[in-house]
Write a protein that binds this ligand. Structure first.
Ligand SMILES: Nc1nc2c(ncn2[C@@H]2O[C@H](COP(=O)(O)OP(=O)(O)O)[C@@H](O)[C@H]2O)c(=O)[nH]1
Ligand SMILES: [Mg+2]
Length: 457
């Protein structure tokens, strides 16, 4: 086991150093991020490990605030006729009283860089290349450690990338990576580690392991996320509620069904947030359509369905009587009857047995509520969007999870996946029904199948 690669994250104040750490560590709780300058006052570190072996140590540092004055001071440290190289001059500076007083913050940064194998120099790519940044780079270069410039904020509109490339090249820094801590590019991490491997050759193997491990983890999270959504959909497709015939009780039953589905979706949202190591409290409430982890839109509002471009009509005629989003079966043979009979015919004896009583009930005039196809579509669309958003969200993000207009035609218009049509006929597959049998082999098979369809695009 070799020692982990030590990296100091350095740069001007407010360029996103702490944010970069959050995103690389996938830890939204790391350090303190603020739009106010100088929030990070001391050096804070964290480790990235693979299979229990620490491969990378990242150190957050305070921002450099007065590099111009510090460079002047460093130049004065040379005695007449003396020409110190960078590290010698830095070492002499760190012994001075000024390094403990006026330049206390800067000294912390330089000490950390000296104690590290390399530095990530974080840049706000929107900023013009000012003299203070050039001086900052000269001071940092004086530590004699490899520096990899990271052009942060690269997802923002105004960019001065060419200017920065030019200025960095003049200072002898030719490698550079583009990044954005809030909306990291898909291959951002890979590029960052690959560029580092060029600068710090002995760390190549460790960095390659990190890349492979991170990509494997991303795949695993996506698959696990698809399975969570598949479970939600099967639960809701198989959900059945028997209702008495009096209209008042019926309204209450409909409300209870709505509530059950909302709560079930909420559980899925929370599980997805946990899977991606985002916390419910990470984002400020009120900015999120997903308030405290709950969708602001009412799932059963026909307008919500319309906004997402789901066709409302057809079977919704009865839905209108029952409350949108509910498929009301009367006498067993009105709505959803085709699916029901199809399932009976295709499902064999087992299904017929578990279904027999219910069918009988319906023929006696009992009614049963289930969740409308359109609600299943909406659930699928929303959760898939959430999954996609979480997969590309940086752990430094502080604002609302923004979901684009879903271009998910298959889920909007096409027939529901076979797995869900089957689930319709298996009330015992829903954790929301009494006496569920969730480990039935056939249920598991359909959940896997559906997860596969949800995972692929
Ligand atoms: N859009 C965007 N905002 C960022 C990025 N990096 C940091 N921020 C924001 O910039 C501000 C300063 O970030 P912080 O990490 O505290 O900077 P530090 O002082 O260098 O540690 C915070 O409001 C962050 O949310 C980025 O890549 N893109
Ligand atoms: Mg900071």
């Amino acid at each position: 086991m070799t020692k982990p690669l030590r990296l100091a994250v350095v740069g001007h104040t407010n360029v996103g150093k702490t944010s970069l750490l959050r995103t690389l560590l996938r830890d939204a709780g790391f350090g303190e991020v603020s739009h106010r300058p100088s929030t990070t006052r001391h050096v804070e570190g964290a480790r990235l490990s693979v299979a229990g072996e620490a491969l990378l140590e990242l150190y957050d540092t305070p921002g450099l605030e007065d590099a111009i004055a510090l460079l002047d001071y460093l130049e004065q440290l040379e005695r007449p006729g003396e020409r110190l190289d960078g590290p010698a001059r830095t070492a002499r500076f760190l012994d001075t009283a000024e390094a403990r007083q006026r330049f206390e913050q800067e000294a912390k940064v330089l000490r950390q860089l000296l104690a590290s194998d390399a530095g990530l120099y974080v840049i706000d790519a929107r900023e013009p290349v000012l003299a203070k940044y050039r001086d900052e780079l000269s001071v940092l270069a004086g530590c004699g450690r490899p520096l990899l410039p990271v052009l942060n904020f690269s997802a923002c509109e105004r960019q001065r990338e060419a200017e920065w490339r030019d200025a960095l090249a003049r200072l002898g820094l030719h490698a550079l990576v583009r990044f954005d801590s809030v909306a990291p590019p898909l291959d951002g991490e890979r590029r960052l580690y690959e560029s580092l491997a060029l600068l710090v050759e002995p760390a190549r193997t460790a960095l390659e392991r990190l890349i492979v491990d991170h990509e494997a983890q991303a795949d695993m999270r996506r698959e696990a996320g698809a399975r969570l959504i598949a479970e939600l959909l099967v639960d809701c497709a198989a959900l059945r509620r028997g209702v008495a015939t009096q209209p008042t009780i019926e309204q209450a039953e409909i409300a209870a069904l709505h509530q059950a589905v909302r709560q079930r979706e909420q559980r899925c949202v929370e599980a997805l947030l946990r899977l991606y190591a985002f916390r419910e409290g990470d984002a400020r409430a009120g900015e999120l359509p997903l308030q405290a982890g709950r969708w602001g839109d009412d799932l059963f509002n026909p307008e919500t369905l319309r906004q997402l471009g789901i066709r409302v009509g057809g079977g919704m005629a009865a839905g209108a009587a029952a409350g949108a989003g509910v498929d009301l079966l009367v006498g067993g043979l009105t709505l959803g009857a085709a699916a029901l009979l199809g399932a009976l015919a295709g499902g064999g004896l087992q299904t017929a047995r578990s279904y027999g009583g219910r069918l009988l009930g319906k023929l006696r005039g009992e009614r049963e509520l289930s969740v409308d196809d359109n609600v299943l579509r909406l659930l699928a669309l929303r959760q898939r969007q959430l999954l996609a958003a979480l997969a590309t969200r940086g752990h430094a993000a502080t604002t609302a999870i923004q979901l684009d207009d879903p271009r998910d035609e298959a889920w909007r218009q096409a027939a529901l996946p076979e797995a869900l049509r089957r689930a319709r006929a298996h009330p015992e597959w829903s954790s929301l029904n009494p006496a569920p049998q969730l480990d039935q082999v056939e249920r598991q098979r359909q959940v896997e199948r559906l997860a596969g369809e949800l995972g692929g695009n």
